[in-house]
Design a protein around this ligand. Structure first.
Ligand SMILES: [Zn+2]
Length: 129
């Protein structure tokens, strides 16, 4: 199957290696794409693991899972990015994600902040538009 993150690559050659924990995302964009894919495939544990501990919504885990199961993800567009490369320790990725909820097409437009600690990229927070 094609990877849900809209990269055009097959899932096995794209986000699967991160979600199955056989490789670490080298860039903030890779982490962001793999988190979108995890939303699409309801991989809640991966979303929790890649969420920075300072902002990790553990208490909402059940609600997040129920919401993820109720929506259908339609595509991802990366609009902008700053830093977030292999040599960086922080990064920003701005994206639009489309999903269907209760028959309505909805859009998330977000600037996400990422931080790298001990070689691992984490999602820290997002600003919505
Ligand atoms: Zn992907």
């Amino acid at each position: 199957m094609k990877c849900p993150c809209s990269s055009g690559k097959n899932y096995g050659e794209c986000c699967q290696v991160y979600i199955d924990n056989t490789a670490q995302p080298a860039t903030a964009e890779q982490l962001m794409r793999s988190r979108y894919t995890a939303f699409s495939l309801t991989k809640v544990d991966y979303l929790m693991k890649t969420h920075h501990t300072s902002t990790r919504p553990l208490k909402d885990k059940k609600n997040i899972k129920e919401w993820m199961e109720s929506v259908q993800w339609m595509g991802l567009t990366i609009l902008n990015k700053e830093q977030g490369l292999e040599a960086d320790s922080k990064g920003m990725v701005e994206f639009k994600a489309l999903y269907m909820e209760a028959g309505q097409l909805e859009t998330i437009h977000e600037k996400s902040l990422f931080r790298k600690e001990r070689g691992m990229w984490y999602y820290v927070s997002g600003q919505h538009f």
